[in-house]
Design a protein around this ligand. Structure first.
Ligand code: SF4
Length: 174
């Protein structure tokens, strides 16, 4: 089977993507999410990804956390709304790291769990991914992918966050 690196934005989103891909690809999960803040939240999401990888019997590669480098990549875009240009720079940062890892480790291709979210526009992600390397353009939200991810997350007892990830997306305390 072709070897596919699955950029994993979080465990919950990965659930439905793994289910859809695993019959056709030898999957490796790639947790590379330097956008997430604060660090404690990053650790919670990483723990959920580790739990999922264990439950699914899949390898998980943990990229370095470098929030300062991510901040530099989105500099000047801090006030952009969610789904705006800051998010495009964020996708390019994380997918760029996935593409490089896939290239350096002789994967046949890479893709991302990001498209399972109804808040993420697949065409934008496809355009960025395909510029970076052999990107498998799949919109995982189709065929009720997001709903399925919620079901699987509940069933597996995974931690599920309530904001996208960066400090600019975090909801103010209520
Ligand atoms: S809102 Fe989400 S996608 Fe957009 S920059 Fe922040 S973490 Fe990245």
């Amino acid at each position: 089977m072709p070897r596919l690196l699955l950029h994993t934005c979080c465990g919950p989103c990965a659930t439905a993507c793994i289910e859809r891909l695993r019959d056709g690809y030898a999957l490796t999960l790639f947790f590379s999410n330097s956008n997430i803040a604060p660090r404690a939240e990053y650790d919670r999401r990483l723990a959920a990804a580790r739990k999922l990888a264990d439950l699914q019997g899949l390898p998980l590669v943990e990229d370095a956390y470098d929030h300062a480098a991510w901040r530099a990549a989105v500099q000047g875009l801090e006030d952009e709304p969610e789904r705006g240009r800051r998010c495009e720079a964020c996708f390019a940062f994380n997918l760029g790291r996935a593409a490089r890892y896939a290239r350096e480790h002789a994967f046949d291709g890479f893709t991302t769990t990001l498209t399972v979210s109804p808040h993420k526009a697949a065409p934008v992600i496809f355009s960025i991914g395909s510029r970076l390397g052999p990107f498998l353009a799949t919109d995982f939200k189709k065929q009720d992918g997001f709903k399925r991810s919620l079901e699987l997350t509940r069933r597996l007892g995974l931690y599920r966050q309530d904001y996208c990830g960066c400090e600019f997306s975090a909801r103010p305390p209520t």
